[in-house]
Write a protein that binds this ligand. Structure first.
Ligand SMILES: Cc1cc2nc3c(=O)[nH]c(=O)nc-3n(C[C@H](O)[C@H](O)[C@H](O)COP(=O)(O)OP(=O)(O)OC[C@H]3O[C@@H](n4cnc5c(N)ncnc54)[C@H](O)[C@@H]3O)c2cc1C
Length: 375
């Protein structure tokens, strides 16, 4: 077969790869996406689908997340893919959690967050899924939206191909990049430029860059209920434990006292990095998670105890029609201990972009736009 050509090659059909493919194609570049699997099976299909600006630290990352959300909406509207622009509620049930949320609602708007404290009655009006007993109030943020990761990763590539003529090479593993030559398991291509969005698997292409990057692998356990027939979750829901997970809340002087309380009272939740989020998929199922295990060789085997901890905590703030668990799985992403994501240029014309940690859905479109603004 003769060598084939494109202006730009994207390696990886996860959300970062697809966001880059869209940015490239809408700039008129002839674009090819290589995905080693017949369909994407990485972190991007295993997540909640939460586009969650309220979790980002103020400043550059919050701005990137807000821009990313606007780009998400643009692409979702253009492609006709479903999403839920429902906003989010962080519900609080103890005085220390309440102090953090009240403080954030007070100082957050001055730092770029659109959010407010709502009293229990108002929180329950916004979400009938919240447990009313002991509810002290909530942080309401209108800006979050939820996409269905499985639908997005399956259908967005087809829309990119149809709308922009993006060439999809699924089931094609990139073996090596020496521009303009790109060797794949299904043949040789030529491209002017390559963007590697291969998650932690970029290690196979650039092992030295990976080992010097400082990136750490993180494993998360997840659950999904059966579809809740005729029942809407409303806003995506979080509770107290989430306040110690997202960097945004670190601006609160009241956070250390709450952290200390969790360490003393819920030590297993600390040991396994558990906080609980609930989002709804297009078919009405509720996605619940998550846990965090750090290390280069994440445990292959899922721990039922961690699922129990997630469900026990979820039941403290969430009321569902049907708690039947239909699916359990885990996902792995990589993240940098200090930086919000990892960007490198291992050779001229080749860029690696990975490591947005637990915020890759949120940041993907904003980061991809930045890639093209930088070059
Ligand atoms: C359980 C879980 C829940 C999460 N929840 C959220 C959330 O709600 N909101 C949020 O913002 N973020 C969330 N995240 C984080 C988010 O999912 C990730 O940051 C994001 O999906 C990373 O996208 P990616 O494209 O870099 O990686 P991936 O989705 O892993 O894609 C990389 C792709 O590259 C392909 N590939 C690798 N090497 C090659 C090669 N040599 N040739 C061809 N193809 C290759 C792989 O097959 C893979 O499909 C969550 C993550 C997990 C695991």
């Amino acid at each position: 077969m003769p060598d084939r050509r494109a202006d730009i090659a994207i390696i990886g059909g996860g959300i970062l790869g697809l966001a880059h493919a869209w940015q490239a194609a809408r700039r008129g570049l002839q674009t090819v996406v290589f995905e080693r699997r017949p369909r994407a099976m990485g972190a991007s299909v295993r997540n909640f689908g939460m586009v969650w600006p309220v979790g980002q630290p103020s400043g550059e990352m919050l701005e990137t997340a807000l821009r990313s959300r606007d780009l998400w909406i643009e692409v979702l509207d253009a492609s006709g893919l479903p999403y839920r622009p429902t906003g989010s509620l962080h519900a609080v049930y103890n005085p220390l959690e309440e102090a953090v949320v009240r403080e954030f609602a007070e100082i957050g708007p001055g730092r770029g967050y659109t959010c407010e404290w709502v009293e229990p009655e108002e929180a329950l009006k916004r979400s009938s899924a919240l447990v009313p007993d002991g509810l002290r109030g909530a942080l309401w943020s209108p800006g979050e939206l939820t996409v269905d990761p499985r639908r997005i990763l399956a259908d967005l590539p087809a829309w990119l191909a149809e709308r922009f003529g993006v060439e999809l090479q699924y089931g094609s593993l990139v073996r090596s990049i020496g521009l303009p030559r790109i060797e794949t398991s299904t043949g040789v291509w030529h491209a002017e430029r390559a963007i590697v969005c291969a998650g932690d698997e970029f290690q196979t292409l650039y092992p030295e860059v990976f080992s010097e990057s400082g990136l750490v692998r993180v494993k998360l356990q997840m659950l999904r209920t059966v579809p809740q027939q005729g029942w809407e979750l409303g806003p995506s829901l979080a509770a107290g434990l989430t306040l110690r997970f997202y960097k945004s809340f670190q601006i609160c002087s009241t956070l250390p006292a709450y952290r200390e309380w969790v360490a003393g009272n819920l030590p297993e939740y600390d040991a396994w990095g558990i906080h609980v989020l609930a989002s709804q998929t297009a078919d009405g199922a509720i996605t619940l998670g998550d846990t965090h295990e750090y290390g280069d060789a994440p445990d292959l085997f899922d721990k039922t105890r961690l699922d129990e901890l997630v469900l026990d905590y979820a039941k403290r703030f969430l009321r569902l029609r049907d708690w039947t668990v239909a699916e359990r799985w885990h996902g792995v992403y990589c993240q940098h201990p200090l930086q919000p994501y990892f960007r490198a240029e291992p050779s001229p014309g080749v860029q690696i972009l990975t490591g947005p940690g637990g915020s890759g859905m949120t940041l993907s479109f904003g980061l991809a736009e930045r890639t093209f603004q930088l070059t």
